[in-house]
Design a protein around this ligand. Sequence first.
Ligand SMILES: Cc1ncc(COP(=O)(O)O)c(C=O)c1O
Length: 349
Amino acid sequence: MRNLPDFPWDLLAPYGDKAKKYSDGFIDLSQGTPVDATPKFIQEALATASNSPSYPIVAGSEQLRSAMRDWAIKNLGVSGEFDVMPVIGSKEFIALLPTFLQSKKVLYPKVAYPTYLVSGLMASAETIAVDIDAANWPKADLTWLNSPSNPTGQVQSDGEISAVINWARKNNAVVASDECYLGFAKDAKSILALASGDNTNLLAVHSLSKRSNLAGYRAAFVVGDSKLIDQIRQIRKHAGLMMPLPVQHAMIAALSDEKHVQEQAERYNNRRTLLSAALVAVGFRIEHSKAGLYIWCTKGEDGYKTVDWFASFGILVTPGSFYGSDNFIRIALTATDENIAKVVARIKS
Ligand SMILES: Cc1ncc(COP(=O)(O)O)c(C=O)c1O
């Protein structure tokens, strides 16, 4: 077996046990798992396609491919030559990419979603955590980018993203830009919008888990460099990594509508506003937390101490050490409005 870190959520279990003993009910703000309903029209598209006796193809149906292409042109601002490919949730793609590309050296953000590091370890690559500024990055085969970020909610500027493109062109390196929270940010741009039509070595990873409350369906896709996507597709064919056909139909429906995404973004923004005010009132400092699903904050103490404090009144949050920063915690906005109101009341009291 490869030398992988402990699975983070196993380390959180004792705090979960403590929080579950709270007499007024347990509220889980530790995982970014959506709780609002999957829009009805998407559920119906899945149900209508439930008679599905034949194997799907790895590339996705023609109808899905054109839905992904049209969506990318309209919503990402991609131009020039590019291709699209469905994946079975973005996590599997992220975890497998360095293995598929046989990357030897992988860069990932210092404070980041843990799967970027794990993906490098799975490929037995050298892994290096880097700051935002690409001007100082070492040479490598592949880098991960994530704006808006999990866990910090930071949105990277056009200049910062352009610097990553320049770094990639100089080093003939691949950039995998995880853009799964892009639909929840007004001012965030896809890396493909800044590539001026030359998408060589650039991949934008998109997921419907959060934008369409579809995490249970496992629906995501990749947009970018045609040659690179074709190489990856060939390996995925050998491995049988096919998106189920009913899910493909649900995804076509989900990509045809942006209204439900805006409604969901508003839900999260309202929750963020309420919770942020309560946290600041009791002495928390909030950093970034502009867009996406999380509040990234600190009480100026070890994150586990803050996790324990929350657990004492029935709430489970995540220590920043899961993401590379010991003194912070991450609070997910993935609870119902009713439960967010309860969390606010408990913090205040
Ligand atoms: C930054 C980031 N990337 C990827 C994922 C994986 O999402 P999914 O596999 O549901 O597409 C998550 C899930 O929380 C995430 O936060």
